[in-house]
Design a protein around this ligand. Structure first.
Ligand SMILES: [Ca+2]
Length: 353
């Protein structure tokens, strides 16, 4: 089934709300009118109004002995090539499904997990919008509109190589990656726990990279001519800090803090690389501590929660740089010399600290 049409999100119980709203109050008012003291008994009349305002869905559920609670959508994940799982609070079956861009698809399993197999010529990590209408055994329906990214099984290994958390217009904060393998960065997510607790700060579109590339994600889009360089030409983007490497730009404005847990995750929630930063200006707050524990639990950070790279002294031109080591610890990192920032290029080995 394929169609390029998307409806807005809608959630409804199986029985029409319109009849609930009309019938229930009428029935209650009829009972009140039958009472001998009506309309003089104001208390009874007020009580009737209060009863009318009760949940019509709950009342109908009691009256007819059915469940009027619609299923809840928990989320979706692409766990295998050509497959996507949609997770619900209760067993459902698919009534209709549409995708944008359009693609062939079929439901392999129904229930609390609806597994859908799809066929598409889009590269791994492409964003797809799914419009699903599902129904449970009591005919409660739920319409969901959600984005997911197609499976990318060619994620290259890489390290986080350089970070700037200072901002002086027009020079913006950035995170630089250095690829260790060729592959596709599509669906890779970058996180910065101080700045966004649970959401990714950036998600890569499909982009083929070679081994040894420098990929720079700039945290503000405040100039004109900024282009995400997804092709083979690495000089497309304008902007003061557009580099000879591969540039990407976070839309809008994101302040990147110098106390932080910065990490990159693939579609299986595996941390490919991460780094903990601590600066005396900003507290080691709870979301950073939680992310630090996550890094430690996955082996992406070898030291304990709170053992982090000291970022005091970092500035617009003195960035936080990785040396030649990758031991997942603060000893891998240093603050480079004044005017030592190198977005999109090998790091300056000179050390401020
Ligand atoms: Ca660099």
């Amino acid at each position: 089934m394929k169609r390029n049409r998307i409806r807005p999100v809608r959630q409804s119980a199986g029985l029409p709300n319109r009849s609930c709203k009309i019938l229930r109050p009428l029935r209650v008012l009829a009972e009140v009118v039958r009472k001998p003291k009506f309309p003089n008994n104001f208390i009874v009349w007020l009580a009737a109004l209060m009863i009318c305002s009760c949940s019509t869905e709950t009342a109908l559920q009691r009256l007819l002995g059915i469940s009027a609670a619609a299923p809840v959508f928990y989320g979706c994940k692409t766990s295998a090539e050509g497959e996507v799982d949609f997770l619900f609070s209760s067993a459902v079956k698919v009534v209709s499904m549409y995708f944008d861009p359009p693609m062939e698809a079929e439901a392999l399993t129904q229930g609390e997990t609806v597994k859908i197999r799809y066929e598409t010529s889009q590269p791994g990590g492409s964003k797809i919008t799914a419009d699903l209408l599902v129904e449970d055994k009591d005919r409660n329906t739920l319409n969901i509109l959600v984005n997911f990214r197609t499976r990318n099984n060619r994620m290259p290994d890489f390290v986080i190589n350089e970070i700037r958390t200072s901002y002086s217009k027009p020079k913006v904060e950035f995170i630089e990656l250095k690829t260790l393998q060729a592959g596709n960065l599509g669906a890779l997510r970058l996180f910065a726990a101080y700045d966004k607790e649970k959401e990714a700060i950036f998600e890569f579109p499909p982009v083929e990279v070679k081994a040894g590339e420098y990929v720079v994600v700039h945290s503000r889009s405040i100039e004109s001519g900024l282009v995400d360089e997804t092709g083979t030409t690495l000089t497309e983007s304008k902007g003061t800090d557009a580099s000879s490497g591969r540039d990407f730009w976070i839309p809008g404005v994101l302040k990147l803090h110098s106390t932080n847990a910065i990490y990159a995750m693939d579609q299986d929630n595996r941390i490919i690389d991460g780094v903990l930063l601590v600066n005396s200006k900003y507290p080691w707050k709870e979301p950073v501590a939680a992310a630090a524990s996550l890094l430690v639990s996955q082996g992406a950070w070898a030291e304990g929660d709170g053992e982090a790279v000291n970022s005091d002294g970092e500035s617009v031109t003195r960035t936080i740089c990785r040396g030649s080591r990758d031991s997942n610890s603060s000893s891998d990192w240093y603050i480079t010399v004044t005017s030592g920032a190198t977005p999109g290029r090998p790091n300056n080995p000179g050390r401020y600290r």
